[in-house]
Design a protein around this ligand. Structure first.
Ligand SMILES: *[C@@H]1O[C@H](CO)[C@@H](O)[C@H](O)[C@H]1NC(C)=O
Ligand SMILES: *[C@@H]1O[C@H](CO)[C@@H](O)[C@H](O)[C@H]1NC(C)=O
Length: 256
């Protein structure tokens, strides 16, 4: 890497507040969580100005800047973490990542099942795209509140774990800690060619309707504004947009 490139990447590391959105993460759960974020660096190298994982007590709120041109970003909560355990992805009951407390910037996505908030800023038509995704299953309830008020606030604000179908339950130490998607649970036995995963011959919106996804209605009926399977745009209540020119800020509340 040339010296000029190194200098440029150092400058890019600090997000200027004038070119950034304010993110606020609130923990309304009656227990500690370990939130984390991840950016797909293959899409763009613009990352939030905050560690990629942290501990957050019940009732606590944190704020940080995210660059106006953030792409393919995600944020989630980990539960019951113990960073003394040797294998990082297994350090939490849900949402653990490669890396440990701070998720690895290249491989540190959360292990399913986990409720995930997703963003791409300044996408097609200069829109922010955002959603609460259950494509990787569910661990705890989450809501996104956007400012300005005219844009939608998606959520999955019910706890899906008590009613989770037996074949989807994620059980840790005898307790249901998450609810897997039918894809992740591998219910049809072939994740490479699966109507639950929208893979192989089912890999297009037209060949992967929600009617072919097992337990789609379980997730979508309880969390109608969340993104409940790989091509849930067709529901028109899954993927949300807001004019990027309005420079929206986002508040993410766990256990809203
Ligand atoms: C955390 O994990 C370590 C290593 O497995 C274990 O010795 C310790 O008891 C655990 N702590 C808690 C609070 O469970
Ligand atoms: C976003 O937050 C900043 C403060 O961090 C504020 O100045 C700005 O007006 C907010 N924008 C919107 C659209 O709420």
């Amino acid at each position: 890497m040339s010296r000029i490139l190194i200098a440029a990447s150092l400058i890019a590391a600090a997000v200027s507040p004038a070119l950034a959105r304010t993110f606020t993460v609130k923990n309304n759960c009656p227990y500690t969580i370990w939130p984390a974020h991840f950016t797909d660096l293959n899409v763009a190298a613009n990352v939030p100005d905050y560690p990629s994982g942290w501990e957050q007590r019940s009732g606590a709120s944190v704020s940080f800047f995210v660059p106006d041109n953030w792409k393919a970003g995600r944020l989630w909560a980990r539960t019951d973490c113990n960073f003394s355990i040797s294998a990082p992805p297994l350090q939490c009951s849900t949402g653990g990542c490669n890396g440990g407390l701070r998720c690895d910037p290249r491989t540190g996505t959360g292990v399913p099942p986990v409720t995930v908030a997703e963003w791409t800023f300044e996408g097609d038509g200069n829109q922010d795209f955002y959603d609460v995704s259950l494509v990787d299953g569910f661990n705890i309830p989450m809501k996104i509140d956007i400012s300005p008020a005219q844009c939608a606030d998606p959520a999955c604000n019910v706890n899906l774990n008590p009613a989770c179908p037996n074949e989807l339950k994620h059980v840790v130490n005898g307790q249901v800690k998450g609810c897997k998607s039918a894809c992740f649970a591998n219910l049809d036995g072939n994740q490479a060619n699966s109507p639950n995963c929208c893979s192989g011959q089912y890999g297009l919106p037209g060949t992967c309707p929600p009617s072919g996804v097992q337990f789609y209605d379980f997730f979508k009926s309880r969390c109608p504004t969340s993104y409940a399977y790989a091509y849930d745009e067709s529901s028109e209540t899954a993927l949300w947009t807001c004019d990027s020119g309005l420079k929206p800020n986002y508040t993410i509340t766990f256990c809203p």
